[in-house]
Design a binder for this molecule. Structure first.
Ligand code: SF4
Length: 122
């Protein structure tokens, strides 16, 4: 049994990881990635089976942002080549949200971005 198997077994038994164990998972090397995924799936399957919850994001504006958050593909001057469009009209947002719900989404999120949720969009 690997340390990840033991950790997954512990989680299935309802015991949370220690700080050291959590840090070990976060520090796992690339060659351990699939073992981490397998251990996580074992825990997930135990508690949730194969069910998934579908959330759906309606991006009401894409690209063209006047801000310059360096990590963001939609930032001012971004060369990421993302789809760009200005504000969707209300009926377009509603139609997109309805399409998400019709597709099985349990939650629909209307957003520009997380930062914009904290600061007003321009
Ligand atoms: S405000 Fe939002 S959309 Fe604009 S650059 Fe920052 S993270 Fe990106």
């Amino acid at each position: 049994m690997t340390w990840l198997d033991a950790l997954a077994e512990k989680a299935v038994d309802g015991e949370p990881p220690t700080r050291e164990e959590a840090l070990a998972v976060l520090s796992a090397g690339e060659d351990e990635l699939m073992d981490v995924v397998a251990a996580a799936f074992r825990v997930r399957r135990h508690f949730f089976g194969r069910r998934v919850k579908l959330n759906y994001l309606v991006n009401v504006k894409s690209g063209l942002c006047p801000e310059d958050c360096h990590y963001c593909s939609q930032r001012l001057g971004s060369q990421a080549g993302v789809l760009t469009y200005t504000w969707l009209k209300t009926d377009q947002v509603v139609a997109s949200a309805e399409a998400g719900v019709a597709g099985g989404a349990r939650r629909v999120w209307r957003s520009r971005c997380a930062s914009c949720a904290r600061t007003p969009c321009r």
